[in-house]
Design a protein around this ligand. Structure first.
Ligand code: ADP
Ligand code: 5RP
Length: 417
């Protein structure tokens, strides 16, 4: 018996899922992330490994890791982070967007405060990364995988998209090398699922993993959620209802439009056209606990549209379907009834999702036929019904909604399944 193991490092927690060759889940573990620091990621990785029963762990064939997209960090030759990571939602790079506009092609997806390239350039020019020695710039998933395989610096073309890597020509464009200081080593990029190396000996011994356990290139958290779903036909989509709202529509055409925060990830011969809104479950959690969310949702009539028109953000700034770093949250008026308030929030999030899919199709993506749901909000049947009414297509419950399952499938593909 062999198993493949996927790790998902999301915004609020980390999870691991081990599957057998038939794709059946044979072990799972999860832990909250108290902070987004390399130390917390490393401790979570090791904790999750320990939670996988030894009977499974000792037969793991391959491991893959996903992380939050465009969370980046710089490390030295030993792989030690030299400054706190810059998280996916960090907006400090807004300060260098004019500089980026001057070097990147017009309307390029990296011209956004949330892109990895903007963060890297901001960090270099503000002195956040001291540059007297060579530094490696990695994404979160690359760095966590490095802990397991020990090779600096290797990344995948999903995480590298927001760094400016071109997934069509499979190389970094020349203008990017002109922009990045010579002391910064960009990761070598491979396809997600490519075997990078076998497990480091000390880690393999410590966790009783087989010495030939392969560590394969990972992906982003929302692409992992897409992989977990059955969506494989152009027109099928997955919405990740996690802390943020992420849309991925499988398309025959590649579409990119920084004006609306639209970009496309390579997905075999197809494209995952999409965008990520800052609105989402994090705002729901600001007002309600998960149990309360479930109880209140039961009392909502999903067939009647809420007249409340919110824009549920934690703080100003939106990426998609409007790319506006100043967009203000709108959460008023709050009715006395919590049921009505939640109805307004879920309806408003469904409207943002609907506008997002509309925007993707208007921009040339393959027309939407069906939406699968992933993430913490996927279990909410009331919300699914509201979303189906707003989207005008079938919203289907996915048998597997966890990103870690998609990452386990990626590990299996890397191992040859
Ligand atoms: N019943 C529910 N209805 C709607 N949203 C929910 C429900 N239960 C949990 N959530 C939301 O799911 C989110 C967590 O989902 P998860 O996929 O773990 O997110 P992430 O990894 O992005 O932090 C929380 O923000 C929470 O508000
Ligand atoms: O808000 C997020 C945190 O990661 C989204 O997952 C992310 O922005 C989506 O990015 P990608 O399309 O590159 O997976």
């Amino acid at each position: 018996m062999v198993f493949d193991l996927g790790f998902d490092f999301g915004t609020s927690g980390a999870r691991a899922i081990a599957i057998d060759r038939s794709g059946t889940i044979r072990a799972r573990a999860q832990t909250p992330l108290s902070a987004q620091t390399p130390e917390v990621w490393r401790d979570a990785l090791f904790f999750l490994l320990e939670q996988i029963p030894i009977a499974v762990r000792s037969h793991v064939r391959a491991i893959a890791i996903d992380g939050t997209s465009s969370t980046g960090l710089a490390c030295d030759r030993a792989g030690t982070a030299i400054a706190p990571p810059i998280l996916y939602n960090d907006r400090r790079a807004a300060a260098i967007l004019d500089r980026l506009r001057a070097i990147a092609p017009p309307n390029h997806l990296t011209i956004s405060a949330s892109s990895s390239l903007a963060k890297l350039l901001w960090a270099c020019h503000s002195g956040y990364f001291a540059q007297n020695t060579p530094l490696y710039f990695l994404h979160q998933a690359d760095w966590i995988a490095f802990l397991l395989h020990g090779q600096l610096a290797i990344g995948d073309y999903h995480n590298a998209l927001k760094l400016g890597y071109d997934p069509e020509t499979l190389c970094y464009p020349d203008w990017l090398f002109d922009a990045v200081p010579a002391a910064i080593q960009l990761p070598e990029i491979v396809a997600p699922g490519t075997k990078i190396a076998t497990i480091r000996k000390n880690i393999g011994d410590r966790f009783r993993l087989p010495p030939d356990c392969a560590i394969v290139a990972g992906t982003t958290d929302s692409i992992a959620a897409f992989l977990a779903s059955p969506a494989r036909q152009p027109g099928e989509a997955v919405t990740s209802l996690g802390s943020t709202l992420v849309l991925k529509l499988l398309s025959r055409t590649r579409i990119d439009d920084a004006h609306f925060g639209i970009y496309s990830h390579r997905f075999g011969d197809l494209w995952l056209a999409g965008g990520a809104s800052n609105a989402g479950g994090a705002v729901l959690r600001q007002f309600f606990g998960d149990r309360q969310l479930a109880e209140l949702s039961e009392q909502i009539d999903p067939n009647s549209a809420s007249p409340l028109d919110y824009y549920p953000l934690l703080e100003p700034g939106e990426r998609f379907p409007v790319n506006d770093p100043e967009l203000a949250p709108r959460l008023a008026p709050r009715p006395e009834s919590d049921v009505e308030f939640l109805h307004g929030l879920l309806e408003s999030l469904a409207r943002i999702e609907g506008r997002g899919y509309q925007c993707l199709q208007t921009s040339g993506a393959t027309p939407l036929t069906r939406v699968y749901s992933a993430g913490g909000g996927a279990q909410n049947r009331t919300w699914s019904a509201i979303r189906q009414r707003c989207l005008g297509v079938e919203v289907v419950a996915s048998p597997q909604t966890e990103a870690a399952y998609g990452t386990a499938l990626l590990a299996a593909s890397g191992a040859g399944s």
